[in-house]
Design a protein around this ligand. Structure first.
Ligand code: AMP
Ligand code: ZN
Length: 270
């Protein structure tokens, strides 16, 4: 299916956004977030970009330059958040300290930090919705990773629209590419001649996610869709017993599912 049409259908079916919403798109500079902001703009949504400069040397510099140009060319407002200004350190340093102090590794750490900054800034920008470029492959990997960890309940909050409406001032996170396969997004981005980088994050090597991605290489898009759709059908049953609603973190006030949000849990001693 044409992915513009699929995005429009996903937004409609799951009531992800209204034309009157102020929509902030977490723009990494990769094909997924660039395609989703481009498509939503084309569909008539009020979009703006939010990019975290992770301070990963030249890799980040090139992404920033390309996103500034892309947003200018497409008449999209862009905010760039400098990680060093936020925390005094780049992502690699933070990850190295957390590895040493708490033996925390992999993309999970980065994900927690990014999510915290994105929520905080989406709120600052007055967003009604915060869009991420997560695609079908990411979601299928999540289902399998949780299964292999022996804990499918970790996926209980995964859906095209995550919680958050109930927390005051919190922009609900939405994923319009939830059912769109990665290879179709890549084809779309190439067909539009987006001037972007297609390589993966230089920090993501040897992680559980990377291993799962490689392991899934032989699985067709149809099978990935079946994995994700079947898991979506299980969620209402799982949530009945295991739901933990979002609430404000005691320390930072950002949303989390315990007394402390995941960010404050991992960053406590940094
Ligand atoms: P990743 O975890 O790198 O696969 O990214 C998943 C989604 O998170 C992307 O599609 C973006 O929407 C968002 N994202 C990742 N990195 C950044 C970043 N540096 N700045 C803003 N958004 C990001
Ligand atoms: Zn917190």
């Amino acid at each position: 299916m044409n992915i513009e049409k699929q995005v429009a259908e996903t937004i409609k079916k799951y009531k992800l956004a209204k034309k009157s919403d102020k929509i902030v798109v977490a723009l990494s500079g990769g094909k997924d977030s660039v395609s989703v902001i481009y498509i939503m703009k084309k569909l008539g949504y009020d979009v703006q970009g939010l990019l975290i400069d992770l301070k990963l040397g030249r890799w980040s510099e090139v992404h920033n330059e390309k996103m500034i140009k892309f947003c200018e060319a497409n008449d999209i407002p862009l905010t760039i958040v400098d990680l060093k200004k936020e925390f005094g350190q780049g992502i690699c340093f933070i990850k190295a300290v957390l590895k040493k102090q708490k033996n925390l590794t992999g993309c999970t750490v980065c994900g927690i930090i990014k999510r915290w900054i994105l929520n905080k800034w989406a709120k600052k920008l007055g967003a009604d919705k915060l869009v991420t470029g997560h695609n079908l492959d990411d979601e299928a990997q999540n289902v399998l990773m949780n299964f292999l960890k022996g804990n499918v309940l970790l996926g209980v909050n995964s859906s095209p629209a995550t919680g958050g409406k109930e927390v005051e001032g919190f922009a609900q996170r939405i994923k319009p590419l939830f059912f769109t396969p990665e290879d179709e997004i890549r084809r779309y981005a190439k067909s539009k001649n987006f001037d972007i980088l297609y390589d993966k994050c230089p920090c993501a090597f040897g992680t559980y996610r990377v291993e799962t991605r490689e392991w899934m290489a032989g699985i067709s898009n149809k099978e990935k869709l079946a994995i994700v759709e079947n898991f979506q059908k299980l969620i209402p049953g799982l949530r009945k017993e295991n739901v933990t609603e979002l609430r404000k973190c005691r320390k930072c006030g950002e949303p989390g599912r315990g007394e402390l949000c995941n960010f404050c849990k991992i960053m406590g001693s940094l």
